[in-house]
Design a protein around this ligand. Structure first.
Ligand SMILES: [Zn+2]
Length: 200
């Protein structure tokens, strides 16, 4: 049995931290998926272009990083569509939507589908956004990857120094796991419910 690990990075692009993440991904010949915030992609176009130029995929993480659960159809449509405009300019952009915090409801699913988007969540949460401490997020990520038998989609954030600067260590720890390889973004699995099927 082989376990495949996909790395995903949310909330960028960030002109300082994203290039550090790109450096480590390139050094390790790993391609990842970056779920970008539309207004940041407008502000930091060159950073987003570098992500695409290195062959990483780009997904839609709303325009302003608003939690879309509970919003009206028009509000949800605006958050996704407004981000779609700048993101569509990047060559590796996919109609892949990741709701901020993962929170969604039936209206979000309906609007995303009507706009042609699939929803991509994760099943490994390093909580790098909470701890901002590699002594915590790396072991937690490894523990959660180990709990997945076949498919591990890892949530990280390319906006924190503690994530970007310690990515090599995380990759090294993943490589120590038995029968574990990195997956290409073109095969990123659709995970649109939380483990256990609970809707948040
Ligand atoms: Zn986010």
């Amino acid at each position: 049995m082989t376990r495949t690990v996909w790395l995903t990075f949310d909330d960028g692009p960030n002109p300082d931290k994203t290039p550090v993440v790109l450096k480590y991904l390139k050094a390790n010949n790993i391609k990842a998926t970056f779920f970008m915030i539309g207004n940041l992609a407008e502000q930091h176009k060159a950073t987003a272009e570098a992500v695409a130029a290195e062959g990483h995929y780009i997904g839609n993480h709303t325009y302003t990083h608003t939690v879309v659960q509970g919003l009206s159809e028009a509000q949800i449509k605006e958050e996704i569509s407004k981000a779609d405009v700048p993101l569509s300019k990047f060559s590796t952009y996919q109609k892949w939507f990741r709701p901020p915090t993962g929170a969604l409801d039936a209206t979000v699913r309906k609007v995303a589908a009507s706009l042609g988007f699939d929803i991509y969540k994760w099943n490994v949460d390093t909580k790098d956004y909470q701890t901002k401490d590699p002594a915590k997020w790396i072991p937690l990520g490894i523990k959660e990857i180990t709990a997945q038998a076949n498919t591990a989609v890892v949530l990280n954030h390319d906006i924190y120094e503690a994530t970007a600067n310690n990515l090599q260590k995380f990759i090294d720890e993943i490589r120590k796991l038995p029968n574990t390889t990195f997956g290409a973004p073109s095969n990123l699995p659709v995970i649109n419910v939380l483990p256990g099927g609970a809707e948040v």
